[in-house]
Design a protein around this ligand. Structure first.
Ligand code: CU
Length: 122
């Protein structure tokens, strides 16, 4: 009777630990270049999106929304850090957004927008 009770308690404790591990494996954007609402100079620029966990770079997506609202899928650089989506783009002055979609290793997809402004080179 006592043993059965202990096993039950142990299983509940393991389930909780597992659930919190899954929750923390979601890909959350922790840093980016450009920063949200930040600026970049016009020209060929590296764009870097850094997450709190490893992500599947082959099944994640970066879409650049240009000042005219047209959308371009940006090629994600293979071989970058496992917790980053890296790309580059030729940028003219104007208002842009990168629409990111990241697949974490737990199979969950998170999405977000990083709006930024490209300024003419001084
Ligand atoms: Cu998840």
């Amino acid at each position: 009777m006592l043993l059965r009770h202990r096993v039950g308690t142990l299983l509940i404790a393991m389930a909780c630990a597992c659930a919190s591990m899954v929750a923390s494996a979601h890909a959350i954007l922790v840093d980016s270049t450009p920063a949200p609402n930040g600026t970049l100079s016009a020209g060929h620029q590296q764009l870097i999106f850094k997450y709190n966990s490893k992500i599947d770079q082959h099944r994640s997506r970066l879409v650049l929304v240009k000042p005219d609202h047209s959308e371009t899928v940006l090629p994600i650089r293979v071989g970058s850090k496992a917790n980053e989506l890296d790309t580059s783009a030729d940028l003219a002055p104007g208002s842009y957004t990168v629409r990111w979609q990241a697949l974490a290793l737990d199979g969950h997809i998170t999405r977000g927008d990083v709006p930024f402004t490209v300024l003419a080179r001084q």
